[in-house]
Design a protein around this ligand. Sequence first.
Ligand code: BDP
Length: 726
Amino acid sequence: MFRRIVAAAGAAAVAACWLAGMAYAPQAHAEDGYDLWLRYRPVQAERTGDYRAQAAQLVAAAATPTQAAARDELLRGLAGLLGTAPRLSETVTRDGAVIVGTPSSSPLIAKLRLHTLALGREGYLIRSVSVEGRQATAIAANDDIGALYGAFHFLRLLQTGQPLQNLDIRESPRVKLRVLNHWDDLDGHVERGYAGASIWDWHKLPDWLDPRYADYARANASLGINGTVLNNVNSKALSLTPMYLEKAAALAEVFRPYGIRVFLSARFSAPIEIGGLETADPLDPEVKRWWRAKAGEIYRLIPDFGGFLVKANSEGQPGPQDYGRSHADGANMLADALAPHGGTVMWRAFVYSHEEPDDRAKQAYSEFVPLDGKFRDNVMVQVKNGAIDFQPREPFHPLFGAMPKTPLMMEFQITKEYLGFATHLVYLAPMYQETLEADTHRRGPGSTVARVIDGSLHGYALTGMAGVANIGADRNWSGSHFDQANWYAYGRQAWNPSLEARDIAEEWVRMTFSNEADVVAPVVGMMMGSREAAVDYMTPLGLHHLMGRGHHYGPAPWIEGGPRADWTSVYYHRATGEGIGFDRTASGSNAVAQYAPPVARRFGDLEQVPEQFLLWFHHVPWDYRTRSGRPLWDELVHRYTRGVDYVRQMRETWRGLDGRIDAQRHAQVAAFLAIQEKEAQWWRDASIAYFQTFSGRPLPAGEAPPAHSLDYYRSLEFPYAPGDGR
Ligand code: BDP
């Protein structure tokens, strides 16, 4: 009963915002970014006639919530894009029909015999067909959700100005689980969130369903994201109590029509905290029983519950090692509780111990590789892209390729914890692509990280990719207009890890800003170089982890002391009067040995190491000759300055687009770019002032000295920087 009421409320919310004409009233309100890439503003005038002719009629059933979602999206989208909604019809009565459905939902699709079987449950095809002599476009799938994904793809064709003739598109996801991780606390705070408070209004759930939840689901479904972990990995046991499970269930009701399953982060010590047990030892029969009962309780409320995400024995979180058990013991116990219901455990490999004196970059590999083959079939180990922590640039994590018997899933960060928060324009798809294309060499050349993640390298039965969300209650969802591109790109690359960052950027710009070539090209250009620029002005040449303590805002390469060495900056850069960099070769921590031999040789050899990882793997003297011919110190300064210059150029480019983009969004981006320039300069100046105390060298000719003294930079404090961990 309860569930039915919520479902009705959810459907009402969708209908309400549909009727309110969110996309039906183009330009009725200034663009504030709420509509994301689903703006559905009128297409270019020269396309309108053709598109109207191709999409004059819509044949779409609405017998299930997912079918209704596809039909409503097509009506909404086409009405917005073409100025007039297509006519709904049961059959094709004229040229220019769009037919959407599955062989079971649509007699027409069944009759067309379109060979959908090989597309799997979530795949779809979009094909130009003829129905009794009338020209039509079929969007066909095996399952309603595939048809919904196909509907979004079809709309994207119009949104990006593609021709609709002779279509023959077949798509299926390369990765099975494409999930967002929300680091949202139950009190509304978002850890590492820069887009305001959490969008989950826990207090008013389950009775009030913010219409935003349905828009969230639409946006995710438009990318093929099919899972969401609602709560922070640093989780509270409270989220597993009946009161909060009802709230999670209400969200699951809203998301279900859009193919999105709900997951929860589970606190390992929950049996003690909310179960009244004395232990959370995974081998204790009482503990096992408690989790089995908890799983049963969850599935009664959320029949398609996805499973648990677990951060254990990491950064002070409880875990199986508290009882002398392994990560596998812990993960398997939870996996056994979920298995009867079809749930999955995503066990994080982001672990490093409180006591361990070893190089932090080595610890996950050391702990997890010996456990390969010891996990249950419904466990995935979730690995961050790099071995430290979401730095502007990291070499790929050595675990990728090293656990052939354990499905490893990727964890990328979409929110920009170490990349300038919301105000820096940093397009992350080139970073995702760089990791996915990296070659682990574990099964010879071509053993890319993408092939580990999509399961093709080791034949994984489960595959997945997680993105730590940048979504919050800000009107524009992501904290800035350009940060929407990172949510978008993550979703697209999770669907297909081989997509090119540039192509994704172009799609997004066309959908978000404009289809005009002289807008698209410069904006894509800005985006494509933006991540490299951030690397330059923050952490060039393989430097890493030099941000402000705790909040990670701004430069602080001078951080030392405190509770643990690997939470300081000096631990990572190791600058002395002689040189700089972390020796991870055989003469140092030997972290290079965790890679396959050809990769280890390349990273470990000064002659061969890609210069972007120079100081990640090597400690080199200040006068070391870099590939440009400049001594290391000069090269560092050169790169810091180059980063700042790039931001200055982005500002120029953006200024040139004044009048070409709606005023409200243009103005906010311009203001944020100004902040970015100021902060890039701050990064450069503070870093140079600090490292010069070691190098003792003058600035290269033509380089401006830092604007302030080192003492000034060191004195800056930011007690209220957003997103802090707790
Ligand atoms: C780090 C964050 C911290 C997270 C941690 C994690 O600083 O807030 O809890 O990662 O991934 O990046 O668990």
